[in-house]
Design a protein around this ligand. Structure first.
Ligand SMILES: [Zn+2]
Length: 670
C-alpha cells in the first residue's frame, strides 16, 4: 500500500530538503524555458517515462491515480475477504469487487446477462411503447435518444428542474459525423465496423449486420445534424428554454412523455428545460421516418456499447478496439483489477470514500486546503478592487459574489444513504446495473424536494475539483493534497501554491467569473449583474483569450478551439496569477532561498508545469481537442505563462523567445 503524503507544515527549513529534488529532476535543460516552458519543465520526465501500452496518457495524474487505485484496491480486497453482514458497506464493496474479478463467471454468462433488457427491446411493437424503454435504459447507465437529468434550475437555484438535452450519439461529438479530414473519415469507418461486430454478436449474418449498421449510422447522423457544436453549448441563456408539458408534448408529439417520466421515477413535472429545441423537433421527425426495426437495433447497440466494459472478454474487446485503441491510441487493456477498481470506485465511491478519508488522508488535510483556499480568495478580492477596467458598481457585486462563495474541502460532512442499494454475489454487470439504478433514483427523487446544498458530486478520492455556479461553491476533494515525489517529505510552498493555490482554488474561483460563471449571481441564479459598459470590456478581454488559443497548433493542422475552451483558459490564467500573488506572501518567497538551484519564483512556475505534467497519445490528443472544453496540458501551461511578466522575469524571457508576447498582447482579466 502506498500513500502519497504531501501535507506537512509549510514552514520549510532548508536543511530538511534532501539533495534530490523531484521538480529539478524533470527539467530538460536542452530546451530554453522561454521557448517552451512545458517541455523545459517536464521533458526529462517524459523521456524517461514512455506511456504504458495500457494507457492513453502518462504523467502526474497517472501517478496520483495509481496511488489512489492502490488505496481503493486495498479497501476492495479487504472487504472481499471479510464475511461482512448482509447490507453493510463492506458487503456491498466486497461483492461488487468479487463479481468483477470473477472472469470465469463473466465469460461463461456472456451477453445473456442482459437477456431481460434484450427481451424488453424485442417486445417493443410500436412507437408509443418506446418511451418506457428509453426511460429504463437511462436508469441503468445507458443514454440513447437524448440526455435527461435533474439539477438545480439555472434561473431559480433553490429549485430542482428536469433538463432535456441533446445526446444519443455513439461517436464522441456531433462533428465526428461530418468532418472530412482523413483521420475522422477513418474513425467513422472503424465505428461502423464496431457496429457491425455488435450486430453479428447479437445473431445477425454479415449481410444483415452491414445493413443494420448503415441504418443506425443514418439515424445517428441525423441526430448529430440537429445537435449544437461544442462552442454553441457554452451560452447558458441560449441553452435554457423552459416550457410547460403541453408545449413539450407539442414539441415531440410522437413520444409518450408521461410514460417516460413514470418509468424514470420522476414525478410528473409541470415544466422542463429543453436545452436545444431543434434537436427535439428532429427527434420527432425521426420517430416518424425511421422504421421501428432500426430504432430497436439502435437501442440494442447502445445497450451493449454502454455495458461492454462489464461483459465477457469478446464483447469487451470489440468495444476496447474502438473506444480505447482507435479514439485514444491505447494498445492493450489494463489489468482486470485496475478496471474493476475503477468501476467499483465509480459506482460505490461514496462508500469507499468513508474508508479512504479515515485511513488514507493525512490529518490536517482540510485545514491545509482551507488555508491555501482562503489565501487565494483574499488575493482575488484585492485584485477585483484594483482592476482598472471595471466600474465600482460591478466591482461591488463581484466582491459580494466572491465573499458569498462557499468552500467545500476534503470530504462531505454527511454521507449519502445508500442502504436501499442491494449488491449481490451473482454477476458483475447486474451489480453495475443495480448501482446505476440507485444513482439514477437518487437523482430522480430530488425533483420537487428542497435543494440540498451540502451535496458533493465528487468523492474525496477524486483527483479533481469543480465550481458549481448554482451553489456559487467550489469543491476540492481531499486527495488534491497529494503531490507525487514528495511522499513523506514536504513539498515546498512554491509547489503547493502553484498546484493547489493556482491550478485548483485559483482556477475554480475564477470559474465563478469566466464567460459562463460571470452570468450567475451570488445566489447562483442566471442573471446579468454587470453594467453594460463593463460587459463590453469583459467580452473584449475574453475575445483576446479566444484569439490567443485559436492560434495554437496542437498537431498537424489541428488547432485549439479557442471559443469552446475559453472558460477553462480564463480560469487557468486567473488561477495562476492569483496563486502567484498568494505565494508572494509566504515565508519561502520572502526568504528567497534556492532549492536544487531554483529560486522560489522559478520553483513556483516549475510547480505549475508539474501540475500539468501530462502527455497524451496522438489519438487521445485529437479526441481531446475535438470533445474537451479544456486545452491540452502544454497550452494550459504555456498559454497563461506567456501572459505573465512575473514569469518573464523569473526565467529571463526575451523577445527572441517563442513564448514572448509584446506587452499590449499580454492579457490580464482578473
Ligand atoms: Zn475548470
Amino acid at each position: 500500500m502506498t500513500i502519497l503524503v504531501a501535507f506537512m507544515s509549510c514552514n520549510t527549513k532548508k536543511s530538511e530538503i534532501e539533495a534530490f529534488d523531484e521538480l529539478a529532476s524533470h527539467v530538460d535543460s536542452a530546451i530554453s524555458p522561454g521557448d517552451d516552458f512545458f517541455d523545459f519543465a517536464n521533458g526529462k520526465w517524459f523521456a524517461q517515462h514512455p506511456i504504458p501500452a495500457s494507457e492513453s496518457y502518462n504523467g502526474l495524474w497517472r501517478m496520483i491515480q495509481d496511488s489512489i487505485d492502490d488505496a481503493v484496491k486495498h479497501i476492495c480486497e479487504e472487504a472481499a475477504n471479510t464475511q461482512a453482514a448482509e447490507g453493510s458497506n463492506k458487503q456491498k464493496i466486497g461483492d461488487f469487487y468479487r463479481t468483477g474479478m470473477d472472469s470465469m463467471a463473466i465469460n461463461k454468462t456472456g451477453i445473456s446477462a442482459l437477456r431481460s433488457e434484450l427481451e424488453m427491446i424485442d417486445s417493443i411493437n410500436d412507437i408509443v411503447s418506446l418511451a418506457s424503454l428509453v426511460a429504463y435504459l437511462h436508469t441503468i447507465g445507458c443514454s440513447p435518444f437524448m440526455e435527461a437529468y435533474i439539477i438545480q434550475d439555472d434561473m431559480i437555484s433553490d429549485k430542482y428542474a428536469v433538463y432535456l438535452m441533446q445526446g444519443g450519439l455513439g461517436l464522441p461529438d456531433r462533428d465526428y459525423y461530418f468532418d472530412n479530414d482523413l483521420q475522422t473519415m477513418e474513425i467513422r469507418e472503424k465505428y461502423k465496423s464496431y457496429l457491425t461486430d455488435v450486430f453479428q454478436s447479437l445473431g445477425s449474418n454479415p449481410e444483415e449486420a452491414v445493413s443494420k449498421t448503415d441504418a443506425v449510422m443514418k439515424l445517428e447522423t441525423s441526430l448529430a445534424k440537429s445537435s449544437r457544436k461544442l462552442e454553441d453549448l457554452r451560452d447558458p441563456f441560449a441553452n435554457y428554454n423552459k416550457i410547460d408539458t403541453i408545449k413539450l408534448k407539442a414539441l415531440v408529439p410522437l413520444f409518450d412523455w408521461p410514460a417516460y417520466f413514470s418509468t424514470a421515477n420522476i414525478s410528473r413535472p409541470d415544466t422542463v428545460i429543453v436545452g436545444q429545441p431543434e434537436f427535439y423537433t428532429n427527434l420527432n421527425k425521426e420517430l416518424k421516418a425511421t422504421p421501428l426495426g432500426t430504432w430497436k437495433d439502435y437501442f440494442r447497440f447502445h445497450l451493449i456499447k454502454s455495458l461492454a466494459n462489464y461483459l465477457d472478454d469478446s464483447t469487451y474487446l470489440q468495444n476496447f478496439r474502438f473506444y480505447s485503441t482507435v479514439l485514444r491510441g491505447v494498445e492493450t487493456p489494463r489489468e482486470r483489477w485496475k478496471r474493476v477498481v475503477s468501476t467499483t470506485n465509480h459506482e460505490l465511491g461514496e462508500l469507499i470514500g468513508q474508508v479512504y478519508v479515515a485511513e488514507y488522508l493525512p490529518a490536517g488535510t482540510k485545514e491545509k486546503l482551507l488555508e491555501i483556499g482562503q489565501a487565494i480568495k483574499s488575493e482575488f478580492e484585492t485584485r477585483i478592487r484594483n482592476l482598472d477596467w471595471m466600474s465600482t458598481t460591478t466591482k461591488e457585486k463581484a466582491v459580494a459574489k466572491l465573499n458569498s462563495m462557499i468552500f467545500k474541502v476534503g470530504y462531505p460532512d454527511k454521507w449519502k444513504d445508500m442502504s436501499a442499494l442491494k449488491i449481490e454475489n451473482d454477476i458483475y454487470v447486474r451489480n453495475v446495473i443495480r448501482a446505476s439504478q440507485w444513482q439514477w433514483n437518487d437523482m430522480a427523487a430530488k425533483y420537487g424536494k428542497p435543494v440540498d446544498r451540502t451535496e458533493w458530486v465528487m468523492y474525496p478520492q477524486t483527483y479533481n475539483a469543480y465550481y458549481n455556479p448554482s451553489n456559487n461553491e467550489i469543491v476540492v476533494p481531499g486527495c488534491n493534497i497529494l503531490v507525487p515525489g514528495y511522499e513523506r517529505k514536504m513539498a515546498d510552498d512554491a509547489i503547493l501554491y502553484s498546484i493547489i493555490g493556482g491550478s485548483t482554488f485559483g482556477h475554480e474561483i475564477t470559474h465563478g467569473f469566466d464567460d459562463q460563471g460571470s452570468k450567475y449571481d451570488e445566489k447562483g441564479n442566471l442573471s446579468n449583474w454587470w453594467t453594460a459598459d463593463d460587459s463590453i470590456k469583459f467580452f473584449a478581454k475574453t475575445q483576446m483569450i479566444v484569439k490567443q488559443y485559436n492560434e495554437y497548433t496542437v498537431q498537424d493542422s489541428l488547432h485549439i478551439n479557442g471559443e469552446a475552451t475559453q472558460g477553462e483558459n480564463i480560469a487557468d490564467l486567473g488561477g495562476i496569477m492569483m496563486g502567484y500573488e498568494a505565494f508572494k506572501k509566504t515565508q519561502q518567497f520572502r526568504v528567497g532561498n534556492k532549492i536544487a538551484g531554483y529560486t522560489p519564483q522559478q520553483r513556483f512556475f516549475l510547480g505549475f508545469a508539474l501540475g500539468w505534467m501530462i502527455n497524451l497519445r496522438p489519438e487521445a490528443l485529437m479526441t481531446k481537442v475535438k470533445t474537451d472544453v479544456h486545452s491540452p496540458a502544454k497550452f494550459r501551461v504555456n498559454g497563461p505563462l506567456s501572459n505573465m511578466p512575473e514569469f518573464y522575469e523569473a526565467f529571463s524571457v526575451k523577445e527572441s523567445n517563442a513564448m514572448y508576447r509584446n506587452e499590449q498582447e499580454r492579457i490580464r482579466i482578473w
